[in-house]
Design a protein around this ligand. Structure first.
Ligand code: CP
Length: 311
């Protein structure tokens, strides 16, 4: 992949998305071995900068880097000079002076990874920027769908929840649409972007309509950390109208899969019986996160010869 950075799905062509998913099938096999390590990125230094909390993304990037033998450095905001008033640009210039090969960044400001990319010689990977994009999440979601369904083109996918403030929704709508899936969203009006219909997705009137006859149903968490505005009367009411519950299973196709990027708020956007039930692929998404992040690192750093991932 001649691309230097992975900043968003918006930049990627369907060919590039397929190339990442194809390579992730190979990198997944490394995680299934007894010795889960190949020397491909030996000598490369990767900085993980997480300015927002993360469990899955941060750990899976670190595991992916270690499985590829890269040297991994984790940057903690609370222990850094950012907390002493250093600007983000100055921090970035100082990081660049240490000559890392890759910077993985999660930041609350939409577009900050793009700004960083302009200041750095290193490759920059967006691990989530504000409400904007979370490209590796969309890629691991597509990998999971492709594994279960064989292809993405022609599938009907419902995304339920806080569409307006979710970077997962933003990247998934782009990624699924580029790969030929039909996307339907459903949320309280206060959680839908004003121009949602211009994105080409369908907007369902209620949960039953949204999930009936779908191949994939994805539930999203309420992004309460993004602003202080309350967008619904109560969590109880939200769960009543927008939460996936056992009573909804009757409307799903037998082979429908249920997805959630995590972290889950059980009893709010999804009930425990559904999250842990037979249609759920939530933990498969987490496993595929390591494989996709290995593939992205290899493609950004290694060019095409990285298809040789054997040890
Ligand atoms: N899906 C996701 O981004 O999870 P984390 O916030 O735990 O990284």
């Amino acid at each position: 992949m001649p691309r230097k950075h992975l900043l968003g799905i918006a930049d990627l062509s369907p060919f590039e998305i397929s190339m990442i998913l194809d390579l992730a099938e190979s990198t997944k096999s490394i995680s299934e071995r007894t010795i889960k390590k190949v020397p491909t990125l030996r000598g490369r230094t990767i900085l993980n900068l997480f300015f927002e909390p993360s469990t899955r993304t941060r750990l899976s990037f670190e595991i992916a880097q270690k499985r590829l033998s890269a040297d991994t450095v984790n940057f903690s905001v609370s222990g850094s000079s950012v907390s002493k008033g250093e600007t983000l640009v100055d921090t970035a210039k100082n990081l660049a002076a240490m000559r890392p090969s890759v910077i993985v960044i999660r930041h609350g400001v939409a577009g900050y990874p793009h700004r960083l990319a302009k200041l750095m010689d290193a490759s920059v990977i967006n691990a989530g920027d504000g409400f904007h994009e979370h490209p590796t999440q969309a890629l691991l979601d597509l990998m999971t769908i492709r594994e279960r369904k064989g292809q993405v083109e022609g599938l009907k996918v419902a995304i339920i929840g806080d569409i307006a403030r979710s970077r997962v929704a933003g990247s998934n709508i782009l990624c699924l649409s580029k790969m030929g899936a039909e996307v339907t969203v459903m949320a309280p009006r206060s959680m839908l972007p004003y121009h949602i219909k211009k994105t080409g997705v369908n907007v369902a009137a209620n949960l039953k309509d949204a999930i009936t006859n779908k191949d994939v149903v994805m539930a999203l968490r309420i992004q309460r950390e993004r602003d202080s505005v309350s967008r619904f009367p109560s969590l109880r009411e939200y769960n009543r109208y927008y939460g996936l519950k056992m009573e909804h299973m009757q409307y799903l196709k037998d082979d429908c899969i249920i997805m959630h990027p995590g972290p889950i708020n059980r009893g709010v956007e999804i009930d425990p019986e559904v999250a842990d039930g037979p249609l759920s692929v939530i933990l498969e998404q987490v496993s595929n996160g390591v494989a996709v992040r290995m593939a992205v690192l290899l493609l950004l750093l290694g060019g095409r010869n990285i298809y040789e991932v054997s040890d």
